[in-house]
Design a protein around this ligand. Structure first.
Ligand SMILES: N[C@@H](CC=O)C(=O)O
Length: 318
């Protein structure tokens, strides 16, 4: 498992997968099933595993946190970068940061608290959390104006954060004054990743962000990796063509809850048994809806499997 400090190359080296957390029937995280998830991602070239919203860590207790860190260490591939999340509220985050201090994880992401929080209060709190964890953290911006652009730049300069996940949804991702202001204040997008999956990722990478997070990468890691590599090589039309395969499942996620649909999609595609989704959420039901999710997930996974047996471009054209 990666234990060294986070640098810009780490962020650009892989799609940052945001997997669900597989749980046994009694609700405890399952080592065997989560390992199956990570192994599938690794087979598609994904080496970064960010356990956050899709794992329902918003509702994960401090008392269970050490056990989760143990599990993540145990299932991590040798070259894998495991990123746990802390928060969303400050009190929970600071208790988790104290636990993290004694562990080898290079960082953790701070889940975003929409209320009660102010930009100035969050900026001050991020500094305290990084002190408590003894390392820079990852900020997660999900709402417009969550942190002031100038505070983001200061948090980077002070070493309170080493990366940011930017996930404000816009009708046109490139038309985003807040992201432009953050990029301007920070001076570069090399430590900022697009945080809303494949749909806006290509536009965000064109704006200078370094990589992207994704839930649907858990179904089709080979294809998601291909999008990242195509973007990084400037083959944007190819990236957009590959992205088409993700849209049926992404449409279902947007319609019925991204977290809940992904949880069932991973199970229905036969990747691992995700089990119960965890407290304060409930597993999706409804035969018709689950059938639509199964169809979209299996089709996407089949395309990923087919792509993984295709010859690489250079060999094919030789
Ligand atoms: N929310 C996005 C990216 C992960 O955080 C997704 O689930 O695809």
């Amino acid at each position: 498992m990666k234990t060294t400090p986070v640098d810009a190359a780490d962020l650009a080296s892989s799609v940052l997968s945001v997997p669900p957390l597989a749980r046994a029937a009694n609700g405890t995280p399952s080592k065997a099933e989560n390992r199956r998830m990570v192994d599938w991602l690794r087979s598609g070239g994904v080496t970064t595993y960010l356990y956050g919203g899709n794992a329902n860590l918003y509702n994960f207790g401090v008392a269970e946190f050490s056990g989760l860190l143990d599990l993540l260490e145990e299932i991590a591939p040798d070259d894998g970068w495991m990123i746990p999340s802390i928060g969303a509220d400050f009190g929970k985050a600071v208790d988790q940061a104290a636990i993290l201090r004694a562990r080898a994880f290079p960082t953790a992401m701070v889940l975003p608290l929409g209320f009660p929080a102010t930009p100035a209060g969050l900026a001050s709190g991020f500094g305290k959390l990084a002190d408590a964890a003894g390392r820079p953290l990852i900020a997660y911006i999900k709402n417009d104006g969550f942190l002031d652009a100038g505070d983001v730049a200061r948090l980077f300069r002070d070493g309170a954060i080493s990366a940011m996940k930017y996930a404000v949804v816009r009708p046109e991702p490139k038309n985003d004054a807040y992201l432009a202001a953050i990029l301007d204040a920070v001076g570069s997008g090399e430590r900022i990743v697009s945080g809303i999956g494949e749909r806006p990722a290509i536009d965000h990478l064109e704006m200078g962000l370094s990589a992207f997070t994704s839930g649907s990468v858990c179904i089709a890691p080979h294809l998601s990796t291909a999008i990242l590599k195509a973007c990084q090589a400037g083959r944007l039309a190819e990236a957009r063509a590959i992205r088409e395969s993700f849209l049926p499942l992404e449409d279902l996620r947007d319609a019925h809850s991204p977290i809940r649909v992904l949880h069932e999609a991973v199970r229905l595609a036969g990747i691992c048994d995700t089990g119960p989704i965890g407290e304060f959420l409930s597993n999706l039901d409804g035969a018709e809806r689950l059938e639509a999710i199964a169809r979209a997930a299996r089709e996407l996974k089949a395309r990923a499997e087919a792509s993984s047996t295709e010859k690489p471009r250079s060999a094919a054209s030789a």
